[in-house]
Design a protein. Structure first.
Length: 58
């Protein structure tokens, strides 16, 4: 089933979210876009940084 929106305008910077349909209609990874963004927001990314100390000249 396709939903066609004729009066939809997509502007610069808009985010479009879609999810592939699952074989089971009752199961979705994220039932709504809000839940998806909440999950992404709650994730904590740890980025390792390699810091090199300047050599000490004696």
């Amino acid at each position: 089933t396709f939903l066609v929106l004729f009066f939809l305008q997509i502007g610069h910077g808009d985010i479009i979210c879609y999810q592939k349909s699952s074989k089971s209609l009752s199961h979705h990874a994220y039932p709504s876009v809000e839940i998806f963004f909440k999950r992404i927001h709650d994730l904590k990314a740890v980025v390792p940084v390699l810091y090199t100390f300047p050599s000490l000249k004696t």
